[in-house]
Design a protein around this ligand. Structure first.
Ligand code: ADP
Ligand code: AMP
Length: 204
């Protein structure tokens, strides 16, 4: 008989505090995270930013793959995204930074399970709930200056489909564990932020 070895996460929730920030494309995750970073001592790690940096890193073996997945609005394989996050968290911990907002992650169930099994359990989830028509307008507006390959109508439609089919089930999974704070974000930035601050105050 073989005995399965149960691996422990790299960090305990006492050592490393993680808040997942989820929501559809253009819901305002990055905007709210930026405000939280200014007011609290969070490190903001956006999965999309880490992937774009890896895509542009000279010599990256994953550059072409990431480029195609992003354009198609698809979930980049978890091995890549998890390794980037793990490295970023470890580097920050070495520098005594222990509070993280992890934005745009997990977007698929395998990522959620692997992250909590191997890295650390999250404290709670901030879920930015936004109607699709509002997100569409925001992304089209952002696309005028963002220079992003996926802020165009074809890619946006694909990203919405991926969000509905693959990422919403992750939020529903965490809702069964009662650690999701749902925040409506079809309101001005500062009004959304008031709700975010209230959620943080109650939970950290
Ligand atoms: P995400 O990180 O969820 O993709 P962003 O934070 O980049 O979204 O926001 C998408 C766009 O919408 C940006 O151009 C941002 O300035 C704008 N935006 C974000 N939140 C709001 C809001 N509450 N009201 C109006 N515009 C917003
Ligand atoms: P974002 O910057 O959050 O809008 O993400 C842009 C794109 O990066 C997504 O449409 C995906 O192709 C990819 N991406 C972002 N986060 C993840 C993730 N957690 N897992 C896999 N791919 C991701």
């Amino acid at each position: 008989m073989t005995t399965a070895t149960k691996t422990k996460p790299a960090f305990s929730p006492d050592q490393v505090s993680v808040v997942f920030v989820l929501g559809g494309p253009g819901a305002g995750k990055g905007t709210q995270c930026e405000k939280l970073v200014k007011d609290y001592s969070f490190v903001h790690l956006a999965a999309g930013d880490l992937l774009r940096a890896e895509q542009n890193r000279e010599g990256s073996e994953f550059g072409e793959l990431i480029k195609n997945y992003i354009k198609e609005g698809l979930i980049v394989p978890q091995e890549i995204t998890l390794a980037l996050l793990r490295n970023a968290i470890s580097e920050n911990v070495k520098n005594n930074r222990h509070k993280f907002l992890i934005d745009g992650f997990p977007r698929k169930m395998d990522q959620a399970i692997s992250f909590e099994r191997d890295i650390v359990e999250c404290k709670f989830i901030l879920f930015f709930d936004c109607p699709e028509d509002v997100m569409l307008q925001r992304l089209l507006e952002r696309g005028k200056t963002s220079g992003r390959s996926d802020d165009n109508i074809e890619s946006i439609k694909k990203r919405f489909k991926t969000f509905k089919d693959t990422s919403m089930p992750v939020i529903e999974y965490f809702e069964t564990k009662s650690n999701v704070v749902r925040i409506r974000c079809d309101k001005p930035v500062d009004e959304v932020y008031k709700d975010v601050q209230a959620a943080i105050r109650d939970r950290l």
